[in-house]
Design a protein around this ligand. Structure first.
Ligand code: FAD
Length: 269
């Protein structure tokens, strides 16, 4: 349970972090450390340099930008839970942050770390995908915005380049949204999670735990668009998914949960 040896650099700014990432090809950013440090202790991750962005307060904010809400990547889950802008403009993000792990995890873990870590069972990436969120990355070549639909490229893999820092997450104003999570114990990751939201009048859904990345529930969305009721739409939950089998549950069990939770999410919406 002791990580392999590594160098440590505390970044003074985003640009300093980008520079430091360029000095070592095995460098990794450290934000809240609640995914990376456990992986290092298990020696699944062995970065030779940790670039600590965890104290960059400039990336800790929630801002109302009119039709979008901008969230700094280093905003901690606990801050999202009690943020008044989110509460009125996009409450599903705040209510989802409340379901992440336990109080200790929520007080250290960050939304940017959660997105960049890209665990297919994690909660906030699933909600952000359902919301069609946009991710802003800054690197040596400047800044770019990446659509959530093309951001998650595989299990624990994203479209971020090796020297890019995720700086901001942008979500639309959405009054009606819900995230439901089935887990064995209150603080666990989702066995299956379902996010549903009405974005610009269209009902959009995404799954956690139903494949190698957070996934849009395209079959359900199509059914709803063509006028199906919640029950008939939920019956199409399995389309485009590859639910894993593991110690927590088999793929058939997950497929069943997805259908039940889609139905519940649509009823609540
Ligand atoms: P870190 O661990 O610091 O980093 C994670 C990865 O993201 C690293 O590869 C790092 O290099 C990269 N990274 C971090 N910030 C950036 C950035 N700004 N730009 C680019 N790359 C970056 N999550 C859930 O969704 N649901 C749960 O129920 C849940 N339960 C948990 C229970 C426990 C006991 C623990 C330890 C964690 C749990 N988590 C859960 C994960 C938690 O949400 C983490 O906080 C989150 O996944 C990672 O955020 P972090 O800030 O700690 O990132």
């Amino acid at each position: 349970m002791i990580p392999a040896a590594f160098e440590y650099h505390r970044a003074q700014s985003v640009d300093d972090a980008i520079d430091a990432l360029g000095r070592d090809e095995d460098a990794r950013l450290l934000a809240g450390g609640h995914s990376l440090i456990p992986a290092m202790k298990l020696r699944i991750a062995r970065p030779s340099l940790l670039v600590d962005v965890g104290r960059l307060d400039e990336l800790r904010y929630v801002r109302d930008d009119g039709d979008r809400i901008a969230i700094g990547a280093l905003t901690r889950h606990a801050q999202l839970v009690r943020d008044s802008v989110l509460e009125s403009a996009c409450p599903v993000v705040a209510r989802t942050a409340e379901l992440v792990g336990d109080p200790q995890v929520r007080h250290r873990g960050t939304i940017g770390g959660s997105v960049a870590h890209a665990d297919p069972a994690s909660d906030l990436p699933t909600v952000l995908l359902a919301l069609d969120a946009e991710f802003v990355a800054r690197g040596p070549d400047g800044e770019r915005a990446i659509a959530s639909s093309s951001f998650f490229t595989g299990p624990f893999a994203t479209a971020l380049g090796p020297r890019e820092v995720l700086t901001e997450i942008r979500v639309p104003r959405v009054e009606r949204g819900v995230y439901l999570k089935h887990s064995r114990r209150a603080q666990d990751w989702a066995t299956v999670g379902v996010a549903a939201a009405v974005v610009d009048g269209v009902t959009q859904l995404a799954f956690a735990g139903m494949g190698g990345t957070a996934l849009r529930a395209r079959g359900v969305e199509e059914a709803l668009a063509s006028g199906a009721d919640a029950g008939r739409a939920a019956a199409r939950s399995g389309e485009g998914t590859e639910p894993p089998s593991d110690i927590v549950g088999g793929s058939e069990y997950r497929a069943h949960l997805a259908q039940v939770y889609v139905r519940r999410a649509l009823d609540q919406l």
